[in-house]
Design a binder for this molecule. Structure first.
Ligand code: AMP
Length: 273
């Protein structure tokens, strides 16, 4: 089955009421689970594939980022997408009217998580998603909990400007994992067999955190597990699930959230405790 590939906003006009799943491609079961979740509504599911240059820092993997377009289109079709929107750079970032970044909500600037370690990141993400929402005009957008801070940031961005996006609901969908616990990610393609086992440090650390009596002991336990797997930790913390700010006392109901480097590959994960 060949899937319509849409390049212009006019091509989307027939898809009113749609459910939108934005991605950067290199699709895996995590992305496809978002399409399947979208089929719950009686509306076409449109996936976008666009590797957004502004959310990568100059030293990051923009050039290297995998772009297997043909197999992506097959996977999106098999999962039930009605069309794939693949805008070019000129549509996303017109030279004469470059899109502005909406004001960043506090969850994009206060927690000291991705905001601290990838300072360019939420500006890039909010700029591109605001532009996509304006072009696509969906009724709802489905995002993965895998990128948990990003989910909260985009929910807050849309909530903060109901004049611009009156109808869009931003919906989070659970993280899909490999059978051994590794969260699926396009960047897992960078891991070889030896590294693959070290990458399990993230899910093992969060499991260990769930068994600890309080946030302080959970955070130190996570660090030890990550270090045992020879991972270099950016952060490994227990935070309020809504604000991502620090918590005290029992970990129950809070989020463990981790970013760590495995050699040159940066991995993130999170889990409700
Ligand atoms: P990306 O292509 O990495 O920008 O991700 C596109 C969307 O897929 C985002 O909303 C991600 O949170 C989501 N996603 C990525 N990996 C997973 C996963 N393992 N499970 C669920 N959603 C995911």
């Amino acid at each position: 089955m060949s899937l319509p590939v849409l390049r212009e906003p006019d091509d989307l006009a027939s898809m009113k009421g749609m459910t939108f799943v934005p991605t950067m491609g290199a699709l895996h079961e995590g992305h496809l689970s978002l399409v399947r979740a979208g089929l719950a509504w009686d509306a076409p599911v449109v996936m976008s594939i666009y590797v957004n240059p502004t959310q990568f820092a100059p030293n990051e993997d923009f050039d290297q980022y995998p772009r297997p377009i043909e197999s992506d289109l097959e996977k999106a079709a098999a999962a039930g997408a009605a069309a794939v929107f693949m805008p070019d750079n000129e549509l996303m970032y017109p030279a004469d009217t470059p899109p502005a970044c909406p004001p960043l909500p506090s969850v994009a600037t206060e927690p000291g998580l991705e905001d601290a370690y990838r300072p360019h990141f939420f500006t890039g993400v909010c700029t591109v998603v605001a532009r996509l929402l304006d072009l696509v005009s969906p009724c709802r957008m489905i995002l993965g909990e895998k990128d948990y801070q990003q989910l909260l940031v985009l929910q807050a961005m849309v909530e903060a400007d109901r004049n611009r996006w009156p109808q869009v609901e931003v919906i989070g969908s659970p993280t899909i994992r490999e059978p051994d616990g590794l969260a699926m990610s396009s960047r897992n393609a960078y891991l070889d067999d030896t590294n693959r086992d070290r990458a399990l440090g993230l899910s093992r650390a969060m499991q260990a955190a769930a068994a600890e009596p309080d946030a302080t002991s959970a955070e130190s336990r996570m660090r030890s597990v990550l270090e045992e797997h020879q991972l270099r930790v950016d952060y490994a913390v227990v935070r309020d699930s809504r604000t991502l700010m620090p918590v005290e006392g029992s970990v129950a109901g809070h989020r463990a959230i981790i970013a760590a480097h495995l050699d040159t590959v940066r991995l993130i994960d999170n889990q409700l405790l």
